[in-house]
Ligand binder design. Structure first.
Ligand SMILES: NC(=O)c1ccc[n+]([C@@H]2O[C@H](COP(=O)([O-])OP(=O)(O)OC[C@H]3O[C@@H](n4cnc5c(N)ncnc54)[C@H](OP(=O)(O)O)[C@@H]3O)[C@@H](O)[C@H]2O)c1
Length: 260
């Protein structure tokens, strides 16, 4: 029987790349995004190239109760793979950033991800199989001055994923947290909308390679996936530093990368 995957943030970047990989492997897809125009483009591209069924749901995932609305909309379709990928960044000091954007980010990264996971996990457990991929970040491993809420929300996604992955051992359901470093997608321009120029050039990964790495890790049921040798090293580095030191290094990097 053909399996079905639900991917959030599928209209561009890593979500789009992950959708391509799933379509290539014969999954039927339910693609969710706020960006209707690009979502329709992705749907028609995948329908043209692959034989799978591609349905789309246009939703703002930062709104309350949106996870329940999606589950209602997909009705009785069994979801075999859930990819909680949609997300965005915001740069600036906490005292100066816009609360509405931050509140949206917290809803999107934390509440919607957690609720959608809870709602779809039930069916996976009953069937004794399922795969969940949560998009965390290299940002999850230390505090991030000038992107405080983003870093903290990604730390939540990593910690939550690792904890439930442990609870689910032996059930046939696996949870993977993908933790990419800087990746060449629209994400970087969204983060930098309030700075003059985004100067991140170093260690910038290709989205198709990051998606392939995460996809393979998810299929293998790996709990934490960090693409790239340098990123793996950076993820363990804070363990050898005081938390103050690690935080001040991130601050210096943020200042340097994004100085106006
Ligand atoms: N790129 C990086 O450097 C990087 C590194 C580590 C982790 N990540 C994570 O990777 C994930 C995917 O990001 P990306 O790099 O692929 O960026 P992207 O190209 O901007 O893709 C994100 C997609 O999510 C959508 N989205 C944003 N807010 C939404 C909402 N409230 N409801 C529904 N959809 C929403 C975006 O739509 P709009 O474009 O219309 O907003 C966009 O289509 C994010 O969780 C991000 O935190 C990215």
């Amino acid at each position: 029987m053909t399996k079905t995957a639900l991917i959030t943030g599928a209209a561009s970047g890593l979500g789009y790349e992950l959708s391509l990989l799933l379509a290539k492997d014969g999954y039927n897809l339910i693609l969710v995004d706020i960006d209707a125009k690009n979502l329709i483009k992705v749907q028609s591209e995948l329908n043209r190239i692959y034989k799978c069924q591609v349905d789309i749901i246009v939703k703002d995932l930062s709104k309350p109760h949106v996870a329940s609305e999606i589950v209602k909309e997909i009705d009785a379709v069994s979801i075999d793979v859930l990819i909680n990928n949609a997300g965005f960044g915001l740069f600036g000091t906490f005292s100066g950033t816009d609360w509405q954007r931050e509140s949206d980010m917290l809803h999107l990264h934390i509440l919607t991800t957690t609720h959608l996971t809870k709602l779809l996990l039930d069916g996976m457990l009953k069937r004794g199989s399922g795969k969940i991929l949560n998009m965390s970040s290299l940002a999850a491993f230390q505090p991030g001055p000038l992107m405080s809420i983003y870093y903290a929300s990604k730390a939540y996604m990593l910690s939550f994923s690792e904890a439930i992955a442990n609870e689910l051992i032996g059930t046939g359901v696996t949870v993977t947290a993908l933790c990419p470093g800087p990746t060449k997608t629209d994400f970087q321009s969204v983060v930098s909308e309030n700075t003059v120029d985004n100067k991140i050039r170093f260690n910038m990964a290709c989205p198709s390679k990051v998606a392939q790495y995460g996809y393979d890790a998810m299929q293998k049921g790996k709990t934490v996936a960090i693409p790239g040798k340098l990123n793996k090293f950076l993820s363990v580095l804070p363990r050898f530093l005081t938390r103050n030191k690690a935080t001040s290094i991130v601050r210096k990097i943020q200042d340097k990368n994004r100085e106006a």
